[in-house]
Write a protein that binds this ligand. Structure first.
Ligand SMILES: Cc1cc2nc3c(=O)[nH]c(=O)nc-3n(C[C@H](O)[C@H](O)[C@H](O)COP(=O)(O)OP(=O)(O)OC[C@H]3O[C@@H](n4cnc5c(N)ncnc54)[C@H](O)[C@@H]3O)c2cc1C
Length: 511
């Protein structure tokens, strides 16, 4: 058994692993991706062929690759020394306590086999995924989330269209638009439902993060170079096409709703819509960690030391709230410092370094809170829906069915909507439609949306919290049949085959 089991090898998980190793602890790191880096340092998929020899030079699509290389070099070195084990391409579907160990059950995407990984303590750093909201035509081929456009470019060298419109809200739309333009797309416009002038009211958070200002200036220059117009207070209300996307309708936004009479139609063959990110909390919820409803969805509650409400589980990165890669790095490192102390190893950093990390975390959190306030999802986004607009794509549930479930049948949370309509019961298990369903329940029952910010409100409606599921991800039935996790008792013998023998790990106690 390793000292620390980390789930998620994005910026938070990597920073955590590197610091733990420096502190003399052993680590097992499990991630669904084929390499470390997470969403931020996304790598080309194995075997993805260069596109006409014009495969994007990944270096120029990534920020801060020096940090990535330094962190992964430390991990590789420790792996060679037998102090770290990495399992990539593994979907973790359960995290449970057995005796003195946290046990993660994972499914190996490559071989289809099951694994058990164990640690004396566990770190959950599972990040976030794109938030998608439905609108008429959003299920046409050619309509993507903004993150998917970016992931296709970074991960496969694919520029998803010739004439592309990027919409939604938030600064993330800018790297997506400029990267696509740089690799040959004609980006016809960026439509942000918010108004950048709203940032003026958040001057203190902006001033503390001067780097972000320079980043913004850089994007403004690139937008100008590629002649990409930015339309503030504008959103996509429909996508049209026969068999695939041919055009979109955009409308002005006022008081969070599309304004009647301002619609215009624009010819495009690809559309990327980004409404921010939703934290991935399934494993934390399954393990019993307390969550609270932020404006980007449920997030895991942590204290100042990145400890969750469950002893032995630490949480870092966007699972605790959306805030970007720099914040995730700081949180990962701070979680590791706490663990090093909790497991009785020598501290690896000076007090000055720890203070610096905490100050950095505070200022990045302040910027994240300002961003959430300046770029809210428009409260009236659902005004664009028609009764036949599909809300749950896996189970093909239309808006009319969700509305009926809430207004006529009395559903008061996403679970009840799911029971009445099957929305969220399909392959993605609600990852795509749950934010929309949650918001629809709120607006149809006149409940106010969650307030933007990073602090849990004193009281929050239970209806907005996720319910635990024993199996956090869809796995083949065989995985469950082979497992005795369901009866809550995993014998040590079951672990022996897959598990790290203590002998495999060098004794680091003297480090
Ligand atoms: C699609 C997308 C594109 C983005 N593009 C950019 C960009 O271009 N520029 C930018 O500045 N920011 C971008 N971001 C935001 C940025 O990626 C995050 O701010 C940052 O990566 C957060 O780091 P993290 O460590 O918290 O999570 P992540 O980087 O998301 O890492 C989490 C890791 O956990 C793994 N994981 C999750 N669940 C499981 C599970 N059950 N089993 C096994 N592994 C699991 C994932 O595979 C992932 O590697 C993007 C985000 C997304 C979702």
């Amino acid at each position: 058994m390793s000292d620390v089991l980390i789930i998620g090898a994005g910026p938070a998980g990597l920073a955590c692993a590197a610091t733990l190793l420096a502190g003399g602890l052993t680590v097992e790191l499990v991630d669904a991706g084929h390499r470390p880096g997470g969403q931020y340092w996304r790598h080309p998929a194995p075997g993805s062929a260069p596109r006409d020899g014009r495969h994007p030079a990944y270096d120029d699509l990534h920020h801060d690759l020096g940090t990535y290389r330094a962190l992964s070099a430390r991990l590789e070195e420790a792996t060679r020394a037998g102090r770290a084990v990495t399992r990539f391409g593994h979907d973790v579907w359960s995290l449970t306590r057995h005796g003195d160990a946290w046990v993660a059950a994972s499914h190996d995407r490559g071989t289809g086999t099951e694994r058990r990984s164990r640690g004396r303590v566990a770190v959950i750093a599972t990040g976030a995924h794109d938030t998608a909201l439905p609108f008429p035509g959003w299920d046409l081929p050619g309509v993507f989330t903004a993150g998917a456009l970016q992931a296709l470019l970074k991960g496969a060298g694919v520029v998803a269209g010739r004439r592309v419109l990027v919409a939604g809200t938030g600064p993330f739309l800018l790297p997506v638009a400029t990267a696509l333009a740089r690799y040959g797309a004609h980006v016809v416009g960026v439509h942000d439902a918010a108004d950048p002038r709203d940032w003026v009211t958040h001057a203190p958070a902006v001033v503390q993060n001067a780097g972000k200002v320079w980043e913004g200036v850089g994007y403004a220059a690139r937008l100008a170079r590629h002649r990409i117009p930015v339309h503030a207070r504008s959103m996509v209300v429909a996508a049209h096409g026969s068999g695939r996307l041919q055009s979109v309708t955009v409308a002005d936004v006022e008081d969070g709703s599309p304004v009647a009479g301002t619609q215009r139609t624009i010819a495009v063959d690809a559309l990327g819509v980004g409404w921010g990110f939703s934290p991935i909390v399934d494993l934390a919820v399954t393990a019993g960690c307390r969550t609270w409803p932020s404006s980007s969805g449920p997030v895991v509650e942590v204290d100042e030391e990145q400890r969750s409400s469950v002893p032995g589980i630490y949480v870092a990165g966007e699972t605790t709230g959306i805030g970007g890669a720099l914040l995730a790095l700081r949180e990962g490192e701070l979680a590791a410092h706490r663990i090093v102390q909790d497991l009785g190893r020598r501290e690896v950093s000076t007090e000055a370094r720890l203070l610096r990390l905490r100050v950095d975390r505070t200022r990045h959190r302040a910027f994240a809170a300002a961003m959430a306030l300046a770029h809210p999802v428009p409260a009236g986004w659902a005004d664009a829906l028609t009764p036949t607009t599909v809300v749950c794509r896996c189970e093909e549930v239309p808006y009319a069915a969700v509305r009926r479930a809430v207004v006529e049948q009395g559903a008061r949370d996403v679970r009840q909507v799911k029971q009445l309509t099957r929305a969220g019961m399909g392959w993605c298990q609600g990852r795509v439609c749950e934010p929309a369903c949650r918001d629809l329940v709120r607006s149809l029952t006149d409940r106010p949306p969650a307030a933007p910010g990073r602090r849990p409100p004193e009281q929050h409606p239970r209806a907005d919290l996720p319910t635990p599921r024993l199996v956090a991800l869809p796995v083949p039935l065989g995985a469950l049949a082979d497992s005795d996790l369901a009866d809550g008792d995993l014998a040590d013998d079951d672990l022996a085959d897959d598990d790290l023998a203590d002998d495999d790990l060098a004794d680091n106690s003297g480090m």
